[in-house]
Design a binder for this molecule. Structure first.
Ligand SMILES: [Zn+2]
Length: 356
């Protein structure tokens, strides 16, 4: 700080710089020469002074001139020696965490407020693994990239992403209509959903399980199911959650194996204060909506899953509308974010029993 402060009070350094361009069979070679005419503030360059002192080597502070012999334009140079050297281009290294973020930032993607969450998000979605500060793309990451490149290139096109950020900025500064932007992207998302064979819960008819359960609840509550209630899987789900008794114990905790799990309005939680078993209802509902397993609602699914270590689910709907069977279990989420439903194995399509 001392040297920096002092050097601001000193004149500029002055250099004489020459550039030599040599034409070799049409290729241009460039050499630069520097001669310092006046050292100015550089005499107080603290960094160099420190190095010189530390190494006890006054030469470390010595300025190294690059001097070229004198030439005239058009002079012919005589080669002293000609050798061939074999060279290899190096494979570019993997992105490090820091360089990846800097690269995004340089490309105009992301804002300081969102850049921090980029890598944790990629990890959470299992698109990359971070090992020793380097990003390793997973097979899933490559598959998703291939899919989006083919079906929704706007999702992984750098220029498009940059344009989207600019559109958000424009909305913020009242230079673009928010509604138009939402409409544009709603359309795009709808196209992606169509390509995935995704069916909205609000468009899907209710399942037989849901109808039976809702009818029982309606009987118990002394109400009648309306046409609107049974219109879709979403509407009947709403009816069920309205009439079901709240805060019920729905099974034994799979973690501490002693206390019961209670279904609260938004979360399934172990009643043992020492135990961290907790599943967000929303995440179960997302699972229902994504794979369409045969359960009337989230409570029914969790109740069933709490009965055994892993639960077989049949006739699930995957992306592209394909059907599959698999085993699921509750697994701890990262960052202490409770537990979630994870696929723990595939099941052969025997059409057999649901239970293991
Ligand atoms: Zn527990």
């Amino acid at each position: 700080i001392f040297y920096r402060t002092m050097s601001t009070q000193v004149r500029n350094a002055l250099y004489d710089m020459s550039i030599l361009e040599v034409d070799v069979g049409g290729n241009k070679l460039i050499g630069r020469a520097y001669e310092r005419l006046f050292d100015g503030w550089e005499r107080l360059d603290g960094h160099r002074i420190n190095i010189a002192e530390r190494n006890d080597d006054p030469n470390a502070f010595k300025y190294r001139e690059v001097v070229l012999p004198e030439f005239d334009v058009g002079d012919e140079l005589r080669p002293l020696e000609i050798t061939t050297v074999e060279g290899h281009t190096k494979t570019p290294p993997r992105y490090g965490v820091g360089r990846f973020i800097t690269t995004l930032d340089n490309k105009g993607i992301g804002r300081p407020s969102t850049l921090d969450t980029v890598i944790p998000n990629l990890e959470k979605k299992k698109y990359v693994k971070v090992a020793k500060g380097m990003l390793h793309v997973t097979q899933l990451g490559m598959d998703v990239n291939d899919w989006t490149t083919e079906h929704a290139s706007w999702l992984n096109d750098l220029e498009e992403s940059k344009r989207f950020e600019e559109q958000l900025d424009a909305v913020e500064h009242d230079k673009q209509s928010r509604d138009e932007l939402i409409e544009e992207y709603t359309k795009r998302v709808a196209e992606v959903k169509q390509a995935l064979g995704y069916q909205d819960m609000s468009e899907r008819p209710p399942s037989q399980n849901q109808l039976t359960f809702a009818a029982r609840l309606a009987r118990e509550a002394g109400v009648t199911l309306t046409d609107e209630d049974v219109r879709s899987a979403a509407s009947i789900s709403k009816f069920i959650s309205k009439y079901k008794k709240p805060n019920q114990e729905i099974g034994k905790c799979p973690v501490c194996k002693t206390h019961p799990v209670v279904a609260y309005e938004k979360v399934y939680q172990c009643t043992n204060k020492e135990c961290d078993f907790r599943v967000w209802k929303k995440s179960v509902e997302n699972f229902l909506e994504r794979y369409h397993p045969e359960y009337q609602d989230a409570d029914a699914l969790v109740t069933d899953m709490l009965r055994r270590k892993k639960t077989r689910m049949d006739d699930l709907t995957g992306k592209n509308g394909n059907r599959f069977s698999a085993y699921y279990a509750f697994e701890a989420r990262e960052h202490g974010n409770g537990y979630g439903i994870s696929r723990v194995g595939w099941a052969r399509k025997t059409g057999g029993t649901k239970h293991e």
